[in-house]
Design a protein around this ligand. Structure first.
Ligand SMILES: [Zn+2]
Length: 67
């Protein structure tokens, strides 16, 4: 699961994605699941979590991206 999220966000880099869309695209049961994984990724290997416009839904919210 974490590996799927890592690959997905790395593929989008440097564009950010929100937990909702990550859950949606990866078929995760809930956005809480995606949120759990993105929190685990943040701070490592250039992954950062911050408030910004999501590149997938366009909403300003908490997103993750790989720099
Ligand atoms: Zn989004």
């Amino acid at each position: 699961m974490l590996e799927d999220v890592r690959r997905f966000v790395a593929r989008l880099a440097p564009e950010p994605a929100c937990d909702d869309r990550i859950a949606d695209r990866l078929g995760l049961p809930t956005s809480e699941q995606a949120s759990h994984e993105t929190r685990a990724l943040a701070g490592s290997e250039g992954f950062e979590r911050r408030k910004a416009a999501c590149s997938l839904c366009g909403h300003e919210r908490l997103v993750i991206r790989k720099a």
